[in-house]
Design a protein around this ligand. Structure first.
Ligand SMILES: [Zn+2]
Length: 308
């Protein structure tokens, strides 16, 4: 439920209003439209003043405004048809990030949390593909809004994290947070032990000892710091021997890590599972594939294949 997000502040009763937006049922909602304010500052209150006083609207045009510090201002009920994508307002929820083509990490975290919560709201039928930018709607392609490449936003959402988040930051003893917890899980997957604290997200003595033990086993520099080489070794260990389960209806398997047509060696179907030997880069791109026990290759994209 989006109402439960800790960074959400309900400002529906305190932003400027003159009249009210028309109502809709939640089942009419088919998409989430992302906007930027095209300003470097501001919030739901200043936007409401402008939209009411200068544009003559009932209130601020967006349902949600995400300010620079990541606060989500809830400005209109999602059962209201507010104004943010001309001719497309009836089925859309409008979310505006304050900024002009440049957003803070806190804002991207909040956008990620909000879109997930909205998609999970009872009665709202919105998929990840329905999370779009203002300019992606018919008739709006000349608009620069939302000031970000929405393909990268959707790809990050499919992978389960905010866009732009560094998934493998250098981690040192004393650090904490979700990246530490992910690293701890990879240590466990690699056979290291964290008997007292497990994946608690705190890089303490137990984790440091496990990192050193892992580095020693991999012939890495044993310094207790998780940098690029240690991350790479952790990722390699974490998938080896696991299963790649096909999520897509049909997927190609390939004779080599390449998207060339002549590399296609056959197809596999949804639900089939294959043992992973390693993760490899596809020639000339940042895309990754799994080398399977059979010697064939399959995409490592988490939207198509799940590691179990
Ligand atoms: Zn817009």
């Amino acid at each position: 439920m989006f109402q439960q997000l800790p960074q959400l502040v309900d400002v529906r009763g305190s932003v400027k209003r003159d009249g009210s937006y028309q109502k809709r049922s939640l089942s009419q909602i088919t998409g989430i439209a992302r906007h930027h304010s095209a300003t470097t500052s501001g919030d739901a209150f200043s936007f409401a003043n402008y939209h009411v006083d200068s544009l003559g609207w009932p209130s601020v045009g967006y349902h949600f405004v995400i300010t620079k510090d990541g606060t989500i201002q809830w400005a209109n009920g999602i059962d209201r048809i507010s104004y943010h994508v001309g001719n497309n307002n009836t089925p859309l929820i409008g979310v505006c990030l304050v900024g002009s083509s440049s957003f803070t990490e806190a804002q991207e975290r909040s956008f990620f949390d909000l879109q997930a919560a909205l998609r999970g709201t009872d009665g709202v039928g919105v998929s990840i593909g329905d999370v779009k930018g203002h300019r992606e709607y018919p008739g709006h392609s000349s608009n620069t809004c939302p000031g970000i490449d929405m393909d990268s936003v959707r790809e990050a959402v499919r992978e389960g994290h905010p866009v732009g988040e560094d998934l493998t930051p250098t981690l040192r003893p004393g650090d904490n947070g979700p990246a530490v917890a992910r690293m701890q899980q990879m240590l466990l997957d690699a056979g290291e032990k964290l008997p007292l604290y497990g994946t608690d997200g705190d890089f303490g003595d137990e984790t440091e000892n496990a990192v050193r033990s892992f580095q020693e086993s991999q012939n890495l520099n044993v310094d207790g710091v998780v940098g690029p080489n240690t991350w790479e070794a952790l990722e390699a260990s974490a998938v080896k021997g696991k299963l790649a389960v096909v999520l897509a209806e049909v997927l190609n398997v390939r004779s080599r890590p390449s998207f060339d047509a002549d590399a296609v060696a056959g197809t596999v179907s949804q639900g089939e599972a294959f043992t992973i030997m390693e993760k490899v880069n596809v020639d000339g791109s940042s895309t990754e594939m799994f080398r399977l026990k059979s010697g064939l290759y399959i995409t490592a994209h988490p939207g198509y294949v799940q590691v179990k």
